[in-house]
Design a protein around this ligand. Structure first.
Ligand code: NAP
Length: 248
């Protein structure tokens, strides 16, 4: 029977992995998307969209579609689907790997404040600045909604949803961004503090370089921990090695 790989997607790494795997003859590749982004762009291989209905629903899908390997290439902050994937893989015996790009590391000159959650980020913000560049995603703004005396510049791919802080300026944009553009944006909006999740990767790290150049503090939300016992790889090459599917 030909191998069937299910990629839990929503990241650039998932897209690259799908391209690599579809180049291998005889491999069936399905990417699963949550359906949060209205125009996700075309993906190599098959695509399915929407939740599975928890770990049990995902386990049913793995069995029903005869999946031979599962790659959880979801965003490092997508903790529910990662927990479900670990449970479904354990329940079905399907070999699974988590592809998670490494987190960012502070360098010389960085003024980072690591926090455990968006709520904790909101707690420390008033002590750090009054004009905030917030790039934590359009769904997490409720944590900052009570900060009525701060000005927020929020950047997201899709329009953010309320509740959100009353004094909010929304910028709709999708990375990658350059350090020069990010520095210009920070200056234009007279930003004095940044808030970001530790997403990792190159596509959105330019804001950290710009913050360092301008001497601005950064509140960085730490990643949720991975479920116990999962196998983690840092990149597409690592996932391919684990899948033992050979060269194209
Ligand atoms: N969280 C972020 O900061 C972030 C940033 C960029 C991209 N993304 C991407 O956006 C998607 C949703 O992220 P999230 O943080 O909302 O996830 P989440 O909180 O971990 O997942 C919530 C529910 O959404 C469904 N789901 C999530 N990812 C799915 C996928 N790839 N395929 C099918 N169903 C999925 C699952 O529903 P059921 O229980 O019904 O199966 C899951 O229980 C993920 O694909 C992720 O890679 C997230």
């Amino acid at each position: 029977m030909s191998p069937h790989v299910l990629i839990l997607g929503g990241t650039a790494e998932a897209r690259r992995l799908a391209a690599e795997l579809t180049a291998r003859p005889g491999v069936r590749v399905t990417t699963s998307l949550a359906g949060r982004v209205s125009r996700p762009g075309s993906l190599p291989g098959e695509v399915r969209i929407g939740g599975f209905g928890g770990a049990a629903g995902l386990a049913d899908w793995l069995r029903g579609q005869r999946v031979s390997a599962l790659v959880d290439a979801t965003h490092p902050f997508a903790a529910s689907i990662t927990a479900n994937a670990a449970r479904a893989a354990a329940a079905t015996g399907v070999p699974a790997v988590v592809l998670r790009r490494p987190g960012w590391r502070p360098g010389p000159g960085d003024r980072w404040h690591a926090v455990a959650s968006l709520d904790e980020a909101a707690d420390v913000l008033p002590g750090l600045g009054r004009r905030v560049f917030l790039t934590t995603g359009r769904l997490g703004l409720a944590a900052f909604a009570h900060l009525t005396h701060l000005h927020f510049v929020v950047r997201s791919v899709e329009p953010p949803e309320p509740p959100m802080p009353p004094d909010t300026h929304v910028l709709l944009a999708r990375g990658p961004f350059t350090p020069a553009d990010e520095a210009a944006l920070l200056r234009e909006h007279r930003v004095d503090v940044l808030v970001t999740k530790d997403s990792g990767g190159d596509a959105t790290s330019a804001k950290l370089t710009a913050a360092r150049q301008l001497g601005l503090p950064v509140v960085i939300v730490r990643r949720p921990p991975l479920p116990a016992g999962v196998t983690e790889v840092p990149d597409v090459a690592g996932a391919l090695e684990r899948l033992h599917l050979g060269a194209p």
